[in-house]
Design a protein around this ligand. Structure first.
Ligand SMILES: NC(=O)C1=CN([C@@H]2O[C@H](COP(=O)(O)OP(=O)(O)OC[C@H]3O[C@@H](n4cnc5c(N)ncnc54)[C@H](O)[C@@H]3O)[C@@H](O)[C@H]2O)C=CC1
Ligand SMILES: O=C([O-])CC(=O)C(=O)O
Length: 339
């Protein structure tokens, strides 16, 4: 995996270069749920990304203010805000990448699956509109439970005759961001140089960090690896509890979402060897969707990479996560087909 971009570096790039359409293609990025806890800082980070020429900010309410605010930043992209369903078509038309952080977040004591009843319907509605107005866009699904919302989106797109498995991504980058941070702390490594693949899904034990493949290598004892694994799996809950009823991760998620969208844009623009972990249609396990390293290219997923060598502990983790992930995937598929 490539090292993550830093925001500071992006800002510098914006200041240094001028962007002719010949050197950097026009790219429209739409953020759905742009007035929310994740949506606002994500809008800011996408405004700082020099690969974006048009930034479309959509929410059911509140987006004119966010768009006016962000639009004053002197970077490349033109910003437009859209509020309410009647403006969704305009928000989506011509989008190359659609990022979806629309939906309710957890409160303490809830699982991500407890969000299903509300978020499943939101994701279904938004994906139906994507199928109609920008069927070729790469979809970056942030809304939880990702283990179910990605299969819902796939079914909606299939029904509309617009499904392309290369263009649908569950964003699991925050798990990678956390694994890198926690590992660097224990391994005494420079966090900017750390890489850790995280596979499986995006909830509890379905999040499987592969610390045996972490670089730089550190030969950490097993009890440390076990604790790092648990902390990565419970990272979302750690934030939910610390926020004590005021939502879940927003700032670190916006950072992670910006990293993943940047990778998608680089892939679309033909940059070689762009690899990130993501929850995608997959045949590397018995499950139809699975997070693993994915090579991104001009059409989205270029290659779903295999799991590599797993330690015995990781192999056990893999076996334990399969039933839960299977049932979350099936729940999403069932919802999309019966409602
Ligand atoms: N994939 C991941 O790693 C992570 C996912 N999440 C998930 O992201 C989602 C959003 O979280 P927050 O931003 O903190 O929530 P939030 O409640 O602060 O913001 C959600 C926004 O979505 C909007 N929204 C609701 N229905 C909509 C619709 N039909 N169309 C457009 N916008 C709509 C709301 O108006 C609100 O502005 C949650 O489901 C949360 O669980 C959060 C953190 C990490
Ligand atoms: O934990 C949550 O509800 C939000 C989330 O997905 C995360 O922070 O990883």
């Amino acid at each position: 995996m490539r090292p993550s971009i830093s925001i500071a570096r992006s800002v510098h790039r914006v200041a240094r270069r001028s962007y002719s359409s010949a050197s950097v293609p026009e790219r429209k990025v739409a953020v759905l749920g742009a007035a929310g806890g994740i949506g606002q800082p994500l809008a800011l980070l996408m405004k700082l990304n020099p690969l974006v020429s048009h930034l479309s900010l959509y929410d059911i309410a509140g987006t004119p203010g966010v768009a006016a605010d962000v639009s004053h930043i002197n970077t490349r992209s033109e910003v437009k805000g859209y509020a309410g369903e009647e403006q969704l078509a305009q928000a989506l038309e011509g989008a190359d990448v659609v990022i979806i952080p629309a939906g309710v977040p957890r409160k303490p004591g809830m699982t991500r699956d407890d969000l299903f009843n509300i978020n499943a319907g939101i994701v279904k509605g938004l994906t139906t509109a994507i199928a109609k107005y920008c069927p070729n866009a790469l979809i970056n699904m942030i809304s939880n439970p990702v283990n179910s919302t990605v299969p819902i989106a796939a079914e909606v797109l299939k029904k509309a005759g617009k499904y392309d498995e290369k263009r649908l991504f569950g964003v699991t980058t925050l798990d990678v961001v956390r694994a890198k941070t926690f590992y660097a702390g224990k391994a005494n490594a420079n966090v900017a140089e750390v890489n850790v693949p995280v596979v499986g899904g995006h909830a509890g034990i379905t999040i499987l960090p592969l610390f045996s493949q972490a670089t730089p290598t550190a030969n950490l004892p097993h009890d440390v690896i076990k604790a790092l694994t648990k902390r990565t799996q419970d990272g979302g809950t750690e934030v939910v509890e610390a926020k004590a009823g005021k939502g879940s991760a927003t700032l670190s998620m916006a950072y992670a979402g910006a990293i993943f969208a940047d990778a998608c844009l680089k892939g679309l623009n033909g940059v070689p060897d762009v690899v990130e972990c993501s929850f995608v249609q997959s045949s590397i396990t018995e499950l139809p969707f699975f997070a693993s390293k994915v090579r991104l290219g001009k059409n989205g997923v270029e290659e779903v990479l295999g799991l590599g060598n797993l330690s015995d502990f990781e192999q056990e983790g893999l076996q334990s996560l399969i039933p839960e992930l299977k049932s979350s995937i099936e729940k999403g598929i069932k919802f999309a087909n019966q409602s």
